[in-house]
Ligand binder design. Structure first.
Ligand code: NAD
Length: 488
């Protein structure tokens, strides 16, 4: 069995264990066994990290010295690239990612995005002269300046932890913020490697801190409620996002939220290769554990039976093609934990109870390994009112809903509390664009287009979030704008 090296906290420039040497077990989703240990930080450890980040922001030139920051963050980016193999091992054994997903969202995708973040940083307009203006009889020369937002608490989930950490930490550091990272308890070592590499490349004390712990709430809530923290950058569930907004209100800190989704794909009846479009909609990538995963498939009633037959054949074919950790083409393995497996199974039971037809899957598969395996699962004859169509399952479960016409498809797609991503397929580009414009989500892909990229802002409408990650807009989350007026 693979064992991962034990992680360490990184606080105020020092790599160390948690107070009292406390650690907790890091569990492999493939086997359900311990594959490493992580520091179980106390409130005192987090307090020290917040104090260090505050001190580094208030008393060092980190926020002002753009060139030095760029140089150090570049070194960190290069160190991450040089440690790709370690990242791959963590993604495989801790996150439970098969090799096909490692090559995409888990490791190689975010590593490739790092360089683009520097290109965006170089394009930031730090100062904008606004000219002279007489207001209330006073003539002033005005200037807008961009400044770092302050101390940032980064709280991450376990599904694509490296991707999310890169998307938050690198822009925050480049913006001049100091950062405390609080990784998800299920994937601590994907966080601690960041601290190890920051120490290796010589980061100044307190600029970046990484604090792991077993309790899912304690450390994150300290960041949210502490007035020394100026901004929370959170990715996770909508329920926890709401709690963070509520708890953060007392100190009125900036709250940036990337939350859940229940995204819809609309396959219009004029889609040229209808069967391929439907087949490509099965939910298997990383066992459906993706916020932007399209989990509601909307197909025209006029071609409904055809779509169901395609899905039946596709799922049957896929059944032998998942669960093998060594296969480089495999994109689906286990779900993260026993807790998540049980949560997903309760949704599957709810779908059956509400009268949806289970077309494929729906079972726990112990033959795939001792870990947490659930079959790729597809429900048809679903209505948009059912719980499986309304709530985020975060597992390998697709629900299929028929629509009457284009207007009905748009209505169903938008009839959701969420608004993260979506897809439209049609043989008529103008029609596809017309529909895409009316979908109330932060991203939409047309005819298989990928709307996730380092230079494209990503974020949700409605209860899928507040704010944008990646792109120039992703940097803006970590910047303040100051207006200066000098009497002429
Ligand atoms: P989660 O909300 O349970 O936990 C996310 C993080 O918040 C963890 O680090 C957890 O320890 C911490 N946390 C929990 N309670 C907290 C509290 N009261 N105060 C502060 N921090 C707290 O989410 P998860 O199960 O780790 O991840 C899955 C969720 O993440 C899904 O809903 C998914 O859609 C979402 N997600 C969203 C995006 C996006 O970009 N929109 C990306 C990936 C995942």
């Amino acid at each position: 069995m693979t064992m991962l090296p034990e992680g360490q906290l990184y606080i105020d420039g020092t790599l160390r264990g948690a107070e009292g040497g406390k650690t907790y077990a890091d569990i492999s989703p493939w086997t359900g066994e311990e594959i490493g240990r992580a520091p179980d930080a106390s409130a005192a450890d987090m307090d020290e990290a917040i104090a260090a980040a505050r001190r580094a922001f208030d008393t060092t030139d980190w926020p002002e010295d753009h060139a030095r920051r760029r140089e150090l963050v570049l070194k960190l980016g290069n160190a991450l690239k040089a440690n790709r193999e370690k990242l791959v091992q963590i993604a495989r054994h801790e996150v439970g990612s098969p090799m096909g997903a490692v090559h995409m969202a888990q490791v190689d995708g975010p590593l490739a995005f790092i360089d683009d973040l520097f290109a965006i940083f170089d394009a930031i307009e730090w100062e904008r002269p606004m000219g002279e203006k007489v207001v209330w009889g006073v003539n002033s020369t005005r200037l807008l300046i961009k400044e770092a937002a302050g101390v940032v608490g980064v709280i991450t989930p376990w599904n694509v932890p490296f991707y999310i950490t890169v998307g938050k930490v690198i822009p925050a550091l480049l913006a001049g913020c100091t950062v405390i990272v609080k990784p998800a308890p299920d994937t601590p070592l994907m966080g601690t490697i960041l601290g190890e590499l920051a120490a290796e490349v010589g980061f100044p004390a307190g600029v970046l801190n990484v604090v792991t712990g077993e309790d899912p709430v304690l450390l994150g809530e300290m960041l949210v409620t502490d007035k020394r923290v100026d901004l929370i950058s959170f990715t996770g569930s909508t329920g926890v996002g709401k709690r963070i907004m509520e708890k953060g209100a007392d100190t009125l800190k900036r709250i940036f939220l990337e939350l859940g989704g229940k995204s819809a794909a609309i396959v219009l009846e004029d889609t040229p290769d209808f069967a391929t479009a439907v087949a490509q909609s099965i939910v298997c990538f990383h066992a459906g554990q993706g916020c932007a995963t399209i989990t509601r498939l909307l197909v025209p009633r006029s071609r409904y039976d055809e779509a169901v037959a395609v899905l039946q054949a596709t799922y049957a074919h896929y059944d032998t093609m998942w669960g093998d950790p060594e296969d480089p083409t495999n994109v689906m393995g286990p779900v993260i934990s026993a807790r998540q497996r049980d949560r997903i199974m309760s949704y599957i039971e709810s779908g059956k109870a509400e009268g949806a037809r289970l077309l494929h899957g729906g079972n726990i598969r112990t033959d795939k390994g001792d870990g947490f395996f659930i079959e790729p699962t597809c429900f048809v004859d679903v209505t948009n009112e059912m719980k499986i169509a309304r709530e985020e399952i975060f597992g390998p479960v697709l629900v299929v809903i028929p629509f009457e016409d284009e207007e009905d498809a748009i209505r169903i797609a938008n009839d959701s509390d969420y608004g993260l991503s979506g897809a439209v397929r049609s043989g008529d580009p103008a029609r596809a664009m017309r529909v895409a414009r009316r979908i109330r989500t932060g991203t939409v892909g047309i005819n298989g287009g990928v709307s996730i990229a380092s230079d494209l802002p990503f974020g949700g409408y409605k209860q899928s979030g507040v704010g944008k990650e990646w792109g120039l807009e992703g940097f803006d989350e970590y910047l303040e704008t100051k207006s200066i007026a000098i009497a002429a």
